[in-house]
Design a protein around this ligand. Structure first.
Ligand SMILES: *[C@@H]1O[C@H](CO)[C@@H](O)[C@H](O)[C@H]1NC(C)=O
Ligand SMILES: *[C@@H]1O[C@H](CO)[C@@H](O)[C@H](O)[C@H]1NC(C)=O
Length: 238
């Protein structure tokens, strides 16, 4: 009798878990691992997946005010923000990049980088590209070569989510604020945290919404350039 009750409870729990997982994964263009869903439950519980949490800019620390973006180069984004999954993964559920824009983004990344094998190059000015080291569902990333103590982990400073066209990148704090305020970006829900006692995610790690057309693609390139310059300068800081 007890065994049967336990079995019935297990089945009910399983069905509930499955339903909750399906709800979480619906709208995504990928199938995340169960452990990401478990982390997502925790993130939701903590309130970090709230829109207001990801759009807060007053707590982004800035040591100096001059970022790499010019206010006049960045118009206010015309559309309302996309519907999001703000957890793991951090993804757009609407307004994904059209295929031809995705193609242009990949082409642009290829034009500014070489494939990453060992991560070391003689020319410190080159950028490397390869699979992301921090994105669990797969993404193409850009790396600074020859990482040092000023770069995060392996020198990865930006990656493209190939399923929706959004981009995670590390920006100058002032640029991050500017882009969040002009509706181009939002913070990654786990910024400021120390993951696995290993990776500290800086305050200004943001998601840039997927460009929708050529004119938005140009803005995306401007943002990416600012990101590259910032991360290079940051790496060479003493
Ligand atoms: C690009 O897309 C945005 C958002 O849909 C729209 O507001 C803008 O007018 C478009 N620009 C062009 C040049 O089509
Ligand atoms: C937003 O819309 C205006 C007018 O519809 C257009 O001139 C401008 O280029 C658009 N901005 C972007 C970023 O597409």
């Amino acid at each position: 009798m007890i065994l049967l009750t336990a079995l019935a409870l297990l089945v009910i729990l399983f069905v509930l878990f499955k339903r909750s997982y399906n709800q979480y994964a619906s709208g995504l263009r990928e199938k995340p691992k169960y452990f990401l869903w478990l982390l997502t439950c925790f993130i939701n519980f903590k309130g970090w997946s709230k829109e207001s949490y990801c759009l807060r800019t007053d707590n982004i620390k800035s040591t100096d005010n001059s970022g790499y973006l010019n206010d006049k180069d960045i118009p206010v984004r015309n559309q309302s923000r996309p519907k999001m999954l703000r957890a793991l993964p951090h993804r757009q559920l609407t307004q994904q990049a059209p295929d031809e824009i995705m193609y242009e983004m990949h082409k642009h990344m290829e034009s500014i980088s070489i494939p990453r094998y060992g991560g070391q190059t003689i020319n410190d000015q080159l950028l490397l590209r390869g699979p992301s080291m921090v994105e669990y569902t797969g993404a193409n990333a850009l790396f600074l070569p020859n990482p040092n103590k000023n770069t995060i982990e392996n020198g990865e400073f930006a990656h493209l989510h190939s399923n929706d066209g959004s981009f995670h990148m590390m920006l100058h704090p002032s640029d991050a604020k500017l882009l969040i305020n002009k509706q181009w970006a939002e913070k990654f829900p786990l910024v400021g945290m120390n993951l696995f006692n290993k990776i500290i995610i800086p305050d200004s790690f943001v998601l840039i919404y997927a460009p929708q057309n050529e004119s938005e693609l140009n803005i995306w390139k401007t943002i990416l350039n600012a990101c590259i310059d910032y991360n290079r300068d940051n790496k060479n800081k003493h």
